[in-house]
Design a protein around this ligand. Structure first.
Ligand code: GLC
Length: 583
């Protein structure tokens, strides 16, 4: 019968050893190379260059952008990969960070900051399970999630990708890894998870994205390494390196933290992938050099997310191995790690999309789970005079605000496109629609800027906050207050004398202490995703809010960074959250 590596009854270690004994140097170097799908002009190049992996960057989608079209795209790339002499399948990665968020029609769950507010690790595990089904249903085998960043400065544009500001809370949510990877990687609907970004991405000075984390090793370990220890214990299959630096040293070239700490001390046996052009940034100049390839691979990076000029990368990598700049033992270690995951995923036996799962994309069951997550993520911060919960009947409700009727705004970044965008970008229920669905026999009026409000209304609900952003585009080094449009809307409502309920749709706490006294109620909604009905469930009391702040809420932006235990006086403390009384 055929070679041992194709015999699924053999132990994975035996299969890896047999396969590697048959691989040429080019086969091995190719496995360490990841290309963006858009860089593949001719699928035959996948086999020609022996590429081990492809990815979709944020918003890099097939046309049409449907689950079926994704599955066909994936299978096309995989068929091309399998024409290589040893028929080694590719592993395909995407950022499914709050649902399979690149795909039109997929279920969009609350971003991690809202999941942190739920304090419900079991719910988060179930979300991982659902996301993995939708991802696998499109062929994709690998999810660049969860971000296990500990957001210490809310100015950081990726604060919403964090489960919260304490390592304990973030570690508790590593259950999502069990949901994504399943009981075993080869089981149906399992995908490889990625603990990212290693390490200290949420601790940079000033909250500058890709900045410098200036901490002692003891502080770095206590605050930022702990969640990765939890992830390794759960068997996370991959780790992505952070763009940021630790005390001035780029993480992508940090052999001590990647090899000595992550791989040896923590015993991480999966594989390490660089971030997007992460090795290019080691020298602070555009493009990657032989020095950067050598530094990152020798530091312990196993696979490089090039992701465009993979021919140049392979040329440099080969030259470095031939010159001895990179030892063959490092190449073999990287291949062993990568191939072990491919065998464990069952990619050699089942390289193509499991079409039984394609129909789960955006399914009612997953949307119901997402709505439960939305309910549990809402944090009630103020409720003077019991203005909440609203009445479903007999109330005249006035709804205003730019985030009331906007799926894009309530989903935030990493939705359909990398940065996300306003508007009806994917099917879902806006918060306004959720309110209308609830208040069947109450009158609901909507006016984005509040024009038309008068004393005849019983209550005004203003849904305000941030518009979508991702990564460094979301850094807020200056003010952290509401924008002019929201302030004008709120003023109009306040002038009417009608009680005002504010629903804040944002990726982080905002600087609202000055305006707060004019509000009767405040609900932190975070970035709830497509199931805005969950916000209405809380507004109308069908769910008594249980959410607790995952991050300290500043009294003013000047307090940043502000975190539990730092002795500062916040507007609302970490862990704060009100319930409806007498229920
Ligand atoms: C991005 C992000 C990372 C993501 C990767 C691929 O720049 O830093 O979180 O997984 O590139 O999209």
């Amino acid at each position: 019968h055929g070679p041992a590596y194709l015999d699924a009854s053999q132990p994975v270690a035996v299969r890896v050893h047999d396969l590697m004994s048959r691989m040429s140097l080019d086969d091995k170097l190719g496995q360490m190379t990841q290309a963006e799908r858009a860089a593949i002009t001719d699928p035959a190049d996948i086999a020609t260059y022996r590429l081990g992996s492809l990815l979709s960057g944020g918003g890099s989608v097939p046309t049409p952008n449907t689950a079926r079209s994704w599955a066909d795209m994936y299978d096309g790339f995989q068929r091309a990969a399998l024409t290589s002499p040893l028929h080694i399948p590719i592993i395909y990665g995407v950022d499914a960070v709050h649902g399979h968020n690149n795909v039109h029609g997929a279920t969009i769950f609350p971003h991690n900051i809202g999941l942190g507010a739920t304090r419900d690790p079991r719910l988060v595990e179930r979300i991982g399970d659902a996301v993995a089904e939708e991802v696998a249903g499109t062929g994709v085998d690998w999810d660049f999630a969860p971000c296990l960043c500990v957001a210490r400065n809310d100015r950081w544009g990726r604060t919403y990708e964090s489960f919260g500001e304490t390592p304990e809370l973030v570690s508790s949510m590593s259950t999502i890894i069990d949901g994504l990877q399943g009981r075993s990687l080869s089981s149906k609907g399992s995908v490889l998870a990625t603990a990212k970004h290693y390490v200290g991405d949420g601790g940079t000075t000033g909250g500058v994205d890709q900045g410098d984390t200036e901490l002692t090793e003891a502080q770095l370990r206590a605050l930022h390494l702990a969640p990765f220890q939890a992830a390794v214990r759960r068997g996370v299959g991959s780790v992505m390196i952070s763009f940021s630096s630790w005390n001035g040293v780029k993480m992508h070239a940090n052999g001590y933290l990647i090899t000595d700490v992550l791989k040896k001390e923590l015993g991480f046996s999966g594989f390490v992938i660089s971030d997007w052009q992460g090795i290019d940034k080691i020298d602070g100049q555009d493009g990657f050099t032989a020095e950067e390839v050598r530094a990152s691979i020798n530091a312990g990076v196993d696979m490089v997310m090039v992701p465009y000029d993979y021919v140049k990368f392979l040329g440099i990598l080969r030259a470095e191995v031939e010159s001895g700049g990179i030892p063959m033992s490092r190449i073999d270690d990287a291949n062993r790690r990568i191939l072990t995951k491919k065998f464990q995923l069952g990619l050699f036996e089942r390289p193509f999309t499991d079409r039984r799962l394609t129909g789960t994309v955006g399914s009612q069951a997953h949307r119901a789970l997402a709505r439960q997550a939305v309910r549990e993520s809402q944090v009630l911060l103020k409720n003077d005079g019991g203005v909440l919960p609203l009445d479903k009947r007999g109330q005249k409700i006035f709804v205003a605000g730019k985030n009331a009727d906007d799926i894009g705004n309530q989903s935030g970044g990493w939705t359909i496109s990398w940065q996300g965008s306003s508007g009806p970008i994917t099917p879902g229920t806006t918060i306004l629609q959720g309110i209308r669905d609830k208040a069947r026999s109450s009158a609901v009026t909507y006016s984005r800027d509040g024009t038309g409000i008068d004393g005849n209304y019983d209550v005004a609900v203003a849904v305000v906050g941030e518009t979508p952003y991702a990564e460094f585009m979301g850094d807020r080094p200056a003010g952290m207050g509401l924008d002019a449009e929201d302030l004008a809307t709120l003023q109009r409502l306040k002038d009417s004398g009608v009680p005002v309920v504010v629903v804040l749709v944002s990726g982080r706490p905002l600087d609202i202490a000055t305006e707060l006294p004019g509000w009767d109620a405040l609900l932190a909604s975070w970035l709830p995703g497509t199931e805005g009905g969950g916000v209405a469930d809380v507004l109308f009391g069908d769910y008594n809010p249980t959410g607790k702040l995952p991050v300290t809420w500043m009294r003013s932006a000047g307090q940043q960074p502000i975190n539990v235990g730092d002795g500062q006086d916040p507007l609302f403390p970490y862990g704060y959250g009100l319930r409806y009384r007498g229920r």
